[in-house]
Write a protein that binds this ligand. Structure first.
Ligand SMILES: Nc1ncnc2c1ncn2[C@@H]1O[C@H](COP(=O)(O)OP(=O)(O)OP(=O)(O)O)[C@@H](O)[C@H]1O
Ligand SMILES: [Mg+2]
Length: 250
């Protein structure tokens, strides 16, 4: 038997390394469909040829649904950023280049971002009133329709940097197809919840490299903030509700 080395242990998820594989074990809060959807998304993205760990199996381990992928040797880009703050500008360029490489791909069978966002917003009956939800649905419908592969949770902890600089992108549970600016809006939101300055640096680099107007990414912010409310993290609720208020942005 190969030794199991724990990477992450949360109440509802356990990730460990076993030989040259990584096993992600899900708790009962995940439905069978959630897990199969993550595996299917991963498989669809693997077909694009992007550098991502190979999906090796979906199974029941110790009574829990699990996804097994190839182990990628290296450190997360988050770790590299934290340990070398002076390298942040250079790493941010690399981070955005990677995101734009994802957006260049096409995977016509992935779920559509707009469908996912509309579903998420419809579920927020406690957090947003009918008027607020209506505004967000209308805004989604008004956004240009694109079909780029979107990671959906693109942040430095989902990137493994190898010794020679090669990067692998992990965690395709939120992958969809749609508008690249929405994906950038979500990344900006994730950075903002941690550090405003780093978020601003990200948005500058993204808009320059993608040749996109800041306002265009900003139009997605109320929508991606509302979507983040579905995670029900009490420490984020107040700020997300403000962001999701369309009228504050006009
Ligand atoms: N294939 C892999 N090779 C090396 N390390 C991995 C691999 N998969 C996961 N890891 C490590 O485990 C961490 C968490 O993995 P992952 O991002 O897939 O799960 P997660 O963040 O819990 O998912 P979610 O964002 O849905 O909560 C990564 O940041 C990375 O350090
Ligand atoms: Mg992750």
């Amino acid at each position: 038997m190969k030794e199991k080395k724990e990477i992450i242990a949360r109440p509802d998820k356990k990730i460990y390394r076993e030989g040259n594989t990584v096993v992600k074990m899900f708790g009962t809060s995940y439905s069978k469909a959630d897990i199969l959807n993550e595996a299917l998304n991963h498989a669809r993205v693997e077909e694009t040829g992007l550098k991502i760990p190979q999906l090796l199996g979906v199974s029941i381990v110790e009574g829990r649904w699990s996804i097994t992928t190839e182990w990628i040797e290296g450190r997360t880009m988050q770790e590299v950023m934290d340990e070398n703050p002076e390298r942040l500008p250079e790493l941010m360029e690399q981070f955005v280049d990677l995101q734009l490489t994802v957006h260049k791909q096409r995977a016509p069978l992935l779920n559509k971002l707009k469908d996912k966002l509309n579903r998420q917003i419809s579920s927020l009956k406690e957090e947003l009133d009918a008027t607020g939800r209506y505004e967000l649905h209308t805004r989604i419908e008004g956004m240009p329709r694109h079909n780029k592969v979107l990671h959906g949770d693109f942040n430095p902890s989902n990137i493994i940097v190898q010794e020679d600089g090669t990067c692998y992108i992990l965690d395709w549970s939120h992958a969809t197809q749609g508008n690249g600016s929405a994906d950038a809006g979500r990344t900006y939101l994730l950075f903002s919840l941690q550090d405003e300055k780093i978020a601003d640096l990200y948005l500058d680099v993204y808009c320059r490299k993608a040749d996109t107007a800041r306002q265009y990414v900003q139009q997605w912010l109320p929508i991606v903030a509302a979507a983040q409310l579905t995670k029900h993290r009490p420490e984020e609720t107040e700020v997300l509700k403000k962001w999701a208020d369309v009228f504050e942005y006009q």
